[in-house]
Design a protein around this ligand. Structure first.
Ligand SMILES: [Zn+2]
Ligand SMILES: [Zn+2]
Length: 658
């Protein structure tokens, strides 16, 4: 048996495997029809969906008569397990499609055993509907021009008589007859009205009546001018891919939520541990690998470190993935005068709680979290946390800046006892780290952690600069200086907010293309002209643009960004982190004439409240972030390589999976 598999472009198989669509082809087709004619893969890639495309029958099995007709035997297995001789030995298509093939592709291609949907065309539409209804193994089902009532049409009668011995035996394989109770939230079927098989073989109205009778929601779309061909399939396949992707996403969220709830209930109902067990439960120090920065610019060293147990109000987490950010490189390079050595850098991560210290009430072992370098204590006495105007909670700022935990000590040491400092309250270049409870955003366990890490810094910052700090309105014009991950997140958010003109500015001409992918409408390279860049932006627009963003950290660029903001009301937002000791300047006239200068840290998001919401938006398909991941490496010891890649300039985010 041959089959084809499409796996989306990302390098990492998500936890639990790829959500997958099984596609069943029609009469005479093999495993190539769909892959070459349907044009589905761009949409599947966009949705992160794998596609498995089996053949429609055994080939060359040598069954007498297998090649005598086009609608029976080779290419026409009808998705049943044959019971009649001479077919019963080889023609086991139902078992093949629902058991044998899934077991194989789950093992070899990392497709999910539970997050699977099924669709198909004609005989394959019949296969999709009947296998979905009879096995209940699929989250969702759709079909193109399916044979809806095969016991009442010539194709079905011939197949059932041949494979099963009688038409009556086919009643268990007839979608119209199997529709005895609502089984899916909705079934999607497309049918062309110029299909020459419509009246004699397909009989969709019988299926409609059966669905109506039992209250199964069916979206049957009838299309004038479409026939039975793959042109018809390719015209509407995008809708089917999106239909299944949406169903699989909500199924994944529901399953993860149910599992988390079950784990919580189990923890609550578990008997209290006996005294001696409690002693064991006090977390012991963990030794693990971490990348230690011993001095500026020297390559990080992969060392065995001892990570002490979490103290009061702290949790220890296993870091699953870390995305490299320029701030790590900035500190590592020695430009940060407050940088401490030896230390463990890293602050953009996805992690799982391994143990909790005394007094921790909002996190449990096993919770998935994104560490935040901006904590959120949520204490009523904290005027910052109590105010909707800011996310800058100062609760642990002093100790965080000194590279220690709130009690003034570090949880990291080398094997010889040397103390290693924390960094930004995160230190995620380590397989395990200790965080303050108030620094952890608890996120949906449905979110793959190698993607969740992006919400820990750069991407969130760019999004928040638009949504929270400057609140871009529909129809606005925007200029973004610096098209790295942060700048592109600004572009993405500006487009989502309805900005109609988005000017991207970067010294690297290669950024124009990726910028356009994210939504810029114009691109300027300051190196192309002697004329100051702010003048060039203003001359494109008469009075300047409504919102400008510095994503470079360069104070001259910050000035340019302010000076091309719209006279009278333009707002310029500083996002980039400037080198220590640098100052910004402009003529006061620029502000007197209505321009406003502001800045943002972590995009104004409150870590614990807002990061989980960003994750949920992504899971709902409303906030795509996959395009930021341009490089993936495995193993914490690959962090030096990641730094090298990030410095190369082609990289948006390099995720290191531990
Ligand atoms: Zn960062
Ligand atoms: Zn606070």
């Amino acid at each position: 048996m041959t089959f084809a598999v499409f796996v989306p472009g990302a390098v990492i198989t998500p936890e639990g495997g790829w959500p997958v669509l099984y596609w069943l082809s029609g009469l005479t087709c093999d495993d190539t029809n769909f892959s070459t004619k349907a044009g589905a893969f761009a949409w599947a890639a966009k949705e992160g969906l794998a596609v498995v495309m089996p053949d429609t029958s055994p080939r060359g099995a040598g069954v007498p008569g297998e090649d005598e007709s086009w609608d029976f035997g080779t290419g026409a297995g009808f998705y049943v397990d044959a019971t009649a001789e001479p077919w019963s030995k080889n023609y086991k298509m139902a078992t093949y499609v629902t058991i044998e093939l899934p077991a194989l592709v789950e093992k070899e291609f990392g497709v999910s055993p539970t997050l699977k949907s099924v669709s198909g065309h004609s005989m394959g539409g019949h296969g999709a509907l009947t296998l979905a209804l009879s096995t209940r193994k699929f989250v969702s089902v759709s079909a193109f021009a399916p044979i809806c009532n095969p016991t009442a049409c010539p194709w079905g009668e011939k197949a059932f008589k041949g494979y099963l011995g009688s038409v009556e035996a086919g009643e268990a394989h007839d979608a119209t007859l199997l529709m005895t109770s609502p089984a899916f939230e909705e079934i999607l079927v497309d049918q062309g009205l110029d299909d020459s098989f419509l009246e004699t073989q397909l009989l969709p109205d019988n299926f409609v009546a059966a669905c109506q009778k039992v209250g199964q929601k069916l979206r049957l779309r009838k299309h004038a001018g479409y026939d039975h061909s793959y042109y018809f399939v390719s015209s509407f396949i995008k809708d089917h891919v999106e239909f299944h992707a949406k169903a699989l996403r909500s199924s994944k969220v529901a399953a993860a939520t149910a599992a988390a709830a079950a784990a919580e209930t189990a923890a609550e109902t578990a008997p209290p541990p006996k005294e001696e067990e409690r002693v064991v439960e006090v977390a012991a120090p963990i030794t693990c690998k971490a990348m230690v920065a011993f001095e500026p610019k020297a390559p990080l060293e992969c060392r065995t470190v001892v990570v002490a147990a979490p103290k009061t109000g702290e949790v220890r987490v296993r870091v699953a993935a870390n995305a490299l950010c320029h701030t790590d490189v900035y500190t590592w390079s020695g430009q940060d005068p407050e940088g401490l050595f030896p230390s463990i850098l890293g602050h953009e991560a996805g992690a799982i709680v391994e143990s909790v210290g005394p007094g921790v009430t909002t996190l449990s072992v096993g919770d998935h979290i994104v560490p935040g370098y901006t904590p959120q204590c949520s204490a009523p006495s904290c005027v910052f946390c109590s105010s909707p105007k800011t996310n800058l909670c100062p609760r642990i700022r002093a100790s965080q800046g000194k590279g220690v935990m709130p009690d003034g000590t570090s949880r990291f040491s080398l094997e010889d006892g040397t103390t290693v400092f924390h960094f930004m309250g995160c230190s995620t270049f380590s397989e395990y780290t200790v965080l303050a409870e108030i620094s952890c955003a608890k996120i949906s366990p449905a979110m793959p952690l190698y993607k969740a890490c992006l919400f820990g810094c750069g991407v969130s910052t760019g999004l928040g600069a638009v949504f929270n700090t400057t609140k871009v309105e529909p129809g606005s014009s925007v200029a973004v200086f610096g098209l790295g991950a942060v700048g592109l997140a600004v572009v993405q958010a500006a487009k989502m907010a309805g900005a109609t003109r988005i000017v991207g500015i970067d010294l690297n001409p290669a950024k124009e293309s990726v910028g356009r992918d994210f939504g810029i409408t114009d691109f300027l390279n300051p190196a192309d002209s002697e004329e100051p860049i702010q003048k060039r932006v203003v001359s494109m627009t008469q009075w300047g643009v409504d919102y400008t963003y510095d994503c470079t950290g360069n104070v001259d660029v910050m000035r340019a960004a302010l000076e091309c903001a719209h006279r009278g009301w333009g707002t310029s937002c500083v996002i980039g982190v400037a080198a220590s000791g640098k100052e910004i300047s402009t003529r006061p006239f620029q502000l007197v004439t209505g321009r406003r200068w502001c800045g943002t840290a972590f995009g104004g998001w409150k870590t614990r409240t807002d990061v989980p919401k960003l994750v949920d938006e992504h899971l709902a398909g409303q906030l795509p972030i996959d395009a930021y991941i341009t490089h993936v490496l495995r193993g914490v010891d690959k962090t030096n390589e990641a730094i090298h890649i990030l410095e190369g300039g082609e990289c948006l985010r390099c995720v290191v999976v531990y």
